[in-house]
Ligand binder design. Structure first.
Ligand code: NAI
Ligand code: MG
Length: 353
């Protein structure tokens, strides 16, 4: 890449992924023109569709094909007839792990005009920082004595000092750029080896970030408090499992899966980072042109921010917020009748001058 040009690997995937990603590309092109940078899009048809034709979600050298790109924009993968573990372990997890995208970022904002299901949640604005490559989601373990009464399964959670340190540091640094508050999700009263280790490292790293006000909460109590007082949070850091669950809870608080964005980040920038809406391929509405593009657009905003185009990123988020608060152009999931294209045009029109 040059200082003002970026190569983006575009993977629309399946179902509504192929509808919301073109929407995002339209808006990205407009922003590039307006803010004076260039984007080059390389398209990849990696998907369950491809799996059904070739037996693979992506080519064997797929990661090599995109390792030189500046970022990856992904729609969603998954389709009825292809087991979800195939799409997950055949594409998403190889990218996240192969490119050491150890930070999963889920910003949550309760937007004006989109109140969400909770009373008094206006103005809620926090980020879940989820550990993305180790922890509870490990391949270490196995099954024994299948089919016998003493059949058993063991799955090991893996927490490493470098793995915990880097995610916690990332969260402290992020909190320092926001309202300076960090909550660590733990369960060291019940999980007596890995979680006390996590807590120890959080406490150690806190000493390096004296400007951040931090505390820890047990995951069960934290889940309850997120529902009761979501405004109390700024940045929440959690392990792979805790972060996964908190992210979906948080997306629900913000009023819908159709608008929620996520980023899988390799902070060292040795490898490209990947930006994707939280939602899946939505087979129930795919092909009708009515998917909400906001999650993909907000993910594109996170991508622009990562690429160093902060002004364009902010303009895009403003366009999304204005469109949602205006209430006139909304897709059916938000109670409206607009198409994906109409909502995309509304965001384009709402971009700040
Ligand atoms: P889903 O997110 O695709 O759909 C859940 C519900 O939300 C559906 O009723 C759908 O119509 C609605 N919805 C989702 N996004 C929407 C949008 N942008 N606009 C309007 N409505 C929207 O989750 P589901 O049904 O559990 O999974 C479907 C497939 O997607 C599965 O194969 C699953 O494995 C895959 N999936 C993939 C993900 C990824 O690529 N990261 C994440 C989640 C699911
Ligand atoms: Mg999840």
């Amino acid at each position: 890449s040059t200082s003002t040009g970026y190569r983006i690997a575009v993977i629309p995937g399946d179902g509504i992924g192929t509808e919301v990603i073109p929407a995002a590309l339209t808006v990205l092109k407009a922003l590039a023109d307006r803010f004076g940078f260039s984007l080059h899009f390389d398209h990849f048809d990696w998907s369950c569709r491809r799996y059904l034709e070739t037996g693979r979600m992506m080519p064997g050298n797929g990661l090599d094909m995109i390792s030189g790109h500046d970022a990856i924009l992904l729609g969603a993968v998954g389709w009825p007839g292809v087991p979800d573990h195939v799409s997950l372990w055949g594409l998403l997890i190889p990218i996240r792990r192969g490119f050491r995208q150890y930070v999963n970022l889920r910003p949550i904002k309760v937007m004006e005009g989109l109140p969400g299901p909770l009373r008094g949640s206006e103005g809620v604005d926090f980020v879940v920082v989820r550990e993305n490559v180790e922890g509870e989601y490990s391949e270490i373990g196995g099954r024994l004595n299948r089919g016998f009464p003493d059949e058993m399964a063991v799955q090991e959670a893996v927490f490493t000092r470098p793995g915990v340190t880097r995610i916690v540091d990332y969260a402290f640094k992020l909190a320092a750029t926001r309202r300076g508050r960090l909550t660590s999700a733990t369960k060291s009263n019940g999980i007596v080896h890995t979680m006390p280790f996590w807590d120890e490292i959080v406490r150690e790293r806190a000493a390096e970030h004296p400007g951040v006000d931090w505390w820890q909460e047990h995951i069960d109590a934290l889940a309850a408090k997120l529902v009761l007082t979501p405004g109390a949070y700024d940045v929440i850091v959690g392990s792979n499992l805790f972060g996964d669950i908190l992210s979906d809870l948080a997306a629900a608080i913000a009023g819908g899966i159709g608008i929620a964005p996520s980023a899988n980040i390799n902070p060292e920038r040795t490898f490209p980072s990947m930006f994707e809406p939280v939602h899946g391929s939505a087979p129930d509405i795919a092909g009708r042109g009515i998917a909400n593009p906001a999650g993909a657009l907000w993910s594109a905003s996170l991508m622009l921010d990562h690429l160093g185009q902060a002004d364009a990123a902010r303009a895009l988020l403003t366009g999304i917020e204005r469109t949602l608060s205006d209430r006139t152009v909304r897709t059916p999931d938000l109670g409206g009748t607009a198409t994906t294209q109409e909502m995309t045009e509304a965001v384009l029109a709402a971009l700040p001058a």
